[in-house]
Each structure stands twice: as structure tokens, then as C-alpha cells.
Design a binder for this molecule. Structure first.
Ligand code: ADP
Ligand code: MG
Length: 134
């Protein structure tokens, strides 16, 4: 079944000049990029996006970081897009991510970890609607 997921190239990876490398990998993994937009999130947009984490200790630094510089927002489509993109990204903490995963290759820390991916069909729909309106 063809699924859609939201991918974000986060500010640390944009600053590192690896947008192209990450997009190449996305294409090599068989995803179609069906929407894409470079954006500078406001603090409020970042807080809204990560509202599920509002009670976590890292919510304020995370939303400061996500609004600190441009991000690349993408809608990816593929069979099992949600699970496959999370596998290609690797674990949240780059130090624990498998060799060859995007977070291991390009992430800097558990916070500045290069990319985002939706974690379930319901969150993918909500997140895609947040940035792309369907
Ligand atoms: P994932 O992005 O792998 O789905 P989470 O949904 O748990 O991970 O967390 C969302 C984002 O919050 C992470 O990608 C990372 O940028 C940040 N984050 C998660 N855990 C921590 C932490 N312990 N300290 C700082 N930032 C964190
Ligand atoms: Mg998550």
C-alpha cells in the first residue's frame, strides 16, 4: 500500500549543506517527493508541530532549535513510507543509530539529529496537513 509521510531536514543538516545528499538518499530508497518547501519556522509553528512533546523537558530547547534556521519540509510517498523512512533515518540518538543511517551519518546530537519522520499513519496525516494542507 502506498503511504505518505512527512520528512523534515532539520536546521543542523541544512546548515551542514547536506540537503542534496539527503534528497539523493531519499530518491535512492524509492520514495517519490510529491511536495517540498524550504521554510523558516516561527517559534509558534515549531511549538504547534511538537505539541505532543509539550510536557517533555526538551520541548523548549527543541522548539528553539527547530526555529533557529531553515528546514526542508517534504511529503514522501512509497510503499510502507512511514516505517521505511524511520528505518533509513535510524534511532533518535545519532550515537545509537545504525551505521549508514541518515542520523548516524549527519546528526550531531539527540536533539540536532538531522531529520524528522512521522511515526504512524494518524500522525503522518496530521503532520502533512500541518505543513501542506493535505
Ligand atoms: P523521533 O524524532 O525519533 O520520532 P521523538 O518523537 O521522541 O523522536 O522526539 C522528537 C524530537 O525531539 C527528536 O527527533 C529530537 O530532535 C528531540 N529529542 C528527543 N529526545 C530528546 C532528548 N532526550 N533530549 C533532547 N532532544 C530530544
Ligand atoms: Mg517522533
Amino acid at each position: 500500500m502506498i503511504e505518505k509521510t512527512l520528512a523534515i531536514i532539520k536546521p543542523d543538516a541544512v546548515k551542514k549543506n547536506v540537503i542534496g545528499k539527503i534528497i539523493s538518499r531519499i530518491e535512492d530508497e524509492g520514495f517519490k517527493i510529491t511536495a517540498m518547501r524550504l521554510a523558516k519556522l516561527t517559534k509558534d509553528e515549531a511549538k504547534g508541530f511538537y505539541i505532543v512533546h509539550k510536557d517533555k523537558s526538551f520541548y523548549i530547547p527543541l522548539t528553539d532549535y527547530m526555529s533557529s534556521g531553515p528546514v526542508m519540509l517534504m511529503r514522501l510517498e512509497r510503499e510502507n513510507a512511514i516505517g521505511h523512512w524511520r528505518k533509513v533515518m535510524g534511532a533518535t540518538d545519532p550515537a545509537k543509530a545504525e551505521p549508514g543511517t541518515i542520523r548516524r551519518l549527519y546528526g550531531f546530537s539527540i536533539e540536532s539529529n538531522a531529520t524528522h519522520g512521522s511515526d504512524a499513519p494518524e500522525t503522518a496525516e496530521w503532520e502533512l496537513n500541518y505543513f501542506f494542507k493535505g
